[in-house]
Write a protein that binds this ligand. Structure first.
Ligand SMILES: Nc1ncnc2c1ncn2[C@@H]1O[C@H](COP(=O)(O)OP(=O)(O)OP(=O)(O)O)[C@@H](O)[C@H]1O
Ligand SMILES: [Mg+2]
Length: 236
């Protein structure tokens, strides 16, 4: 059974339609990459799945209608890491991490925090440092670490590599790829199409609010016409 199944998802801001009927399926334990140019509607799609903006269409989670409220979606294991990381810059790394586990007991939170520190040793070293003084890559790690505190089943990641140097982009995407091994499924929105398709199982190319192409990630990244015409990338 699919973990997530979207059928004909539509979103409009006021009277302006932005998503014109997106359909997408995600098998459990996979990474699905959503790629596309600026303004294609990628962030809008993630926000609709999380329920932070209204949408029409059908969304099934675990084969059942997705819960209606954001809170119920969080409780069901969905977690969004937004494009703007929304860290609390004047709070410590540890306090930011703990906020991600607010729905859980103190004991569960402490256990998961230790696990998260094991995965992100740089954050463990900096646990008392204020989040606002972290480097870009460290902030992205903190945003991921905070998300993991809720023990998500489906992580929605909006441009985790945004603004990072190429070497750090690879590090972050490697961490994302490692997360899949722990059973977390990931819907990954990325401008960095090639790097995203490298770690993804499946890919969807979104253009002007519609799915233009979808398929196995390897197939998409080896399609020169697609990489060139839609994404302006030189084929490898
Ligand atoms: N709150 C809003 N009100 C009105 N229009 C919006 C709003 N948010 C997004 N839009 C418009 O919807 C379209 C899709 O935006 P969206 O942020 O989903 O694109 P994106 O694919 O995430 O782009 P980027 O790669 O630049 O992050 C854009 O034309 C944008 O201007
Ligand atoms: Mg966006």
């Amino acid at each position: 059974m699919n973990l997530l199944e979207l059928k004909d998802i539509r979103v409009a801001y006021g009277r302006a339609p932005v998503l014109h009927g997106i359909s997408l399926t995600m098998a459990p334990g996979t990474i699905v990459a959503v790629i596309g140019a600026n303004g294609a509607g990628k962030t809008t799609l993630l926000n609709a799945v999380m329920g932070v903006i209204p949408s029409s269409g059908t969304a099934l989670y675990d084969g059942k209608p997705i819960p209606p409220s954001v809170e119920a979606r969080v409780a069901a294991g969905l977690c969004l890491v937004p494009e703007r990381r929304e860290l609390f810059t004047t709070m410590s790394v540890k306090d930011n991490i703990d906020l991600g586990g607010f729905l859980r007991s103190a004991a569960e939170r402490a256990d998961t925090r230790e696990e998260v520190y094991g995965r992100f040793p740089r954050l463990a070293e900096r646990r008392k440092q204020l989040a606002g003084t972290l480097s870009g890559g460290e902030r992205q790690m903190l945003a991921l670490a905070r998300a993991l505190m809720s023990r998500p089943r489906l992580l929605l990641l909006d441009e985790p590599s945004l603004g990072l140097a190429p070497k750090i982009v690879i590090d972050i995407l490697e961490i994302v790829s490692e997360l899949r091994k722990t059973g977390v499924s990931i819907l990954l929105v990325e401008q960095n199409a090639r790097a995203a398709l490298e770690i993804a199982d499946h890919g969807y190319l979104v253009e002007l609010g519609e799915v233009r192409r979808s398929g196995p990630a390897a197939e998409l990244s080896h399609d020169p016409a697609l990489m060139e015409s839609y994404l302006g990338l030189v084929p490898e």
